[in-house]
Ligand binder design. Structure first.
Ligand SMILES: [Zn+2]
Length: 443
């Protein structure tokens, strides 16, 4: 591994991570109590939806916005609904903006390929579809201390009482909370955060508690750097040539089966629509959701293994744009790539935070096209998906390994970090390539 003089240290401070303790069942000791919660939730959700729609259409999300809809809820509950709606709308807008950015990047890329005459035979011009405004289908209440307070239960078989304000003026609901042994273990000695989340699933109400934990950085300043490339064929490839997890094999087979099933369903729908039958089979598939969960578990397992194998190292990984992810995930269908590939860098960040490992994100532009030996950038350096073969110096490697090496080298590369866009990155890399040619007596 190369010596690096200016290592960018963005995370010297210990990181605070919030850990959630989920699936705490609210005791139905008194059916009337939970019925009052049901009534509250119905009104709450409807109000929250109104603000979500407002914040996604006419106004920017604003937690402090003056109330503007009529509701039987208290002022405090009204504010909680606005805050939750602002959060939902904010992440929807961010995702939407990122997707649009991805689309414009794709479009640029597409035209670049057309101009260079390098267009894949099956490539189609990217298209943009407007996004639907989110609908709150699941009952989820992110309550704060103004509307719900958790109190320790003394001299009781329960652990806590959850005091919740209700629709009735000045009338509080007192719901007993009994922790399972593993909940108690997880929360032992921790200061529980004041905000609680209430979820209704099936006929039951569930509580999520959380606490903050500070994790000091363990990574030594002199630690070796490991570059991590993120992909589909190999979920992770490290710059020392290891691969972790894959979408090929069993997962791909499952995905193929699921896609066929949905195609059949879609055909059936069209058929039934023609016959004007009202009740149509849904095109979203349960097995698809299971598959998504399964892929995520596989990703988590791979990321975990990678961190265990590289204990003590500084991890460098890519700041993936939607366009890069799409490019990397051409083998997957839309919902799989959107939901899963982004899960890999998220999981890397989370693993680093909880282990106190320093992890640095680097620019992803041209990591797959740049030669890690001489910096020459060219689409033609990639004769196929798995192979990297430099058109100038002849360096050959597994494409993911070459990318991982580039990522490793970009850690602490301030010049590259300062580049404003892809064009600037390309210019810098080509400049370095020319310097390499000169230094190595290339004609
Ligand atoms: Zn080269």
């Amino acid at each position: 591994m190369k010596q690096r003089h200016h290592r960018h240290t963005e995370q010297d401070e210990p990181q605070t991570i919030t850990k959630a303790v989920t699936h705490i069942r609210l005791e139905a000791t008194n059916a009337g109590k939970l019925a009052a919660l049901d009534d509250l939730a119905q009104v709450y959700l409807a109000l929250c939806q109104q603000y979500v729609t407002l914040f996604c259409t006419d106004e920017p999300p604003d937690k402090f916005r003056a109330t503007c809809f009529v509701t039987p809820l208290s002022e405090r509950w009204h504010r909680v609904a606005i805050q939750q709606a602002a959060g939902i709308a904010q992440s929807w807008r961010t995702n939407c903006a990122q997707a649009y950015q991805g689309y414009t990047d794709d479009l640029l890329d597409y035209h670049e390929q057309v101009a260079e005459g390098m267009l894949d035979s099956e490539a189609e011009a990217p298209t943009w579809h407007e996004w639907n405004i989110p609908t709150l289908s699941q009952t989820c209440i992110q309550a704060n201390v103004n509307v719900a307070v958790l109190e320790s239960a003394q001299d009781s078989t329960f652990d806590y009482w959850l005091k919740i304000s209700t629709l009735a003026f000045r009338k509080q609901l007192l719901v007993p909370v009994k922790l399972a042994a593993y909940h108690r273990e997880a929360l032992a000695g921790k200061t529980i955060n004041t905000g609680v989340t209430l979820n209704k699933r099936g006929d039951g109400w569930w509580l999520t508690l959380s606490y903050d934990e500070t994790v000091p950085i363990q990574t030594e300043p002199s630690a070796p750097v490991i570059g991590v490339d993120v992909g589909i064929v190999n979920f992770l490839t490290t710059s020392d040539g290891e691969h972790y997890g894959t979408f090929h094999g069993k997962l791909r087979e499952r995905q193929r089966r699921d896609r066929e099933k949905r195609r059949r369903k879609a055909k059936l729908r069209k058929c039934l629509e023609k016959k004007e039958i009202k009740k149509l089979p849904s095109t979203t598939s349960r097995s698809g959701q299971r598959l998504t969960r399964h892929v995520r578990q596989e990703i988590n397992r791979a990321v975990n293994e990678c961190f265990v194998k590289h204990e003590g190292a500084l991890i460098a990984y890519e700041q993936l744009s939607v366009a890069t992810m799409k490019h990397k995930a051409r083998a997957m269908n839309a919902y799989m790539r959107a939901s899963n590939l982004a899960h890999i860098p998220e999981q890397i960040a989370w693993n680093a935070a909880k282990r106190g490992v320093r992890a640095t994100r680097v620019k992803s532009a041209y990591t797959s096209q740049e030669c890690s030996a001489c910096h020459y950038v060219d689409r033609a350096n990639r004769p196929n998906q798995q192979t990297f073969c430099c058109q100038v110096c002849g360096y050959q490697a597994h494409a993911d390994l070459n990318a991982a090496l580039n990522i490793e080298h970009r850690c602490g590369d301030e010049e590259l970090r300062a580049c404003k866009d892809r064009k600037a990155v390309k210019a810098l890399l080509m400049g370095r390539h020319q310097a390499w040619q000169k230094a190595n007596g290339w004609p």
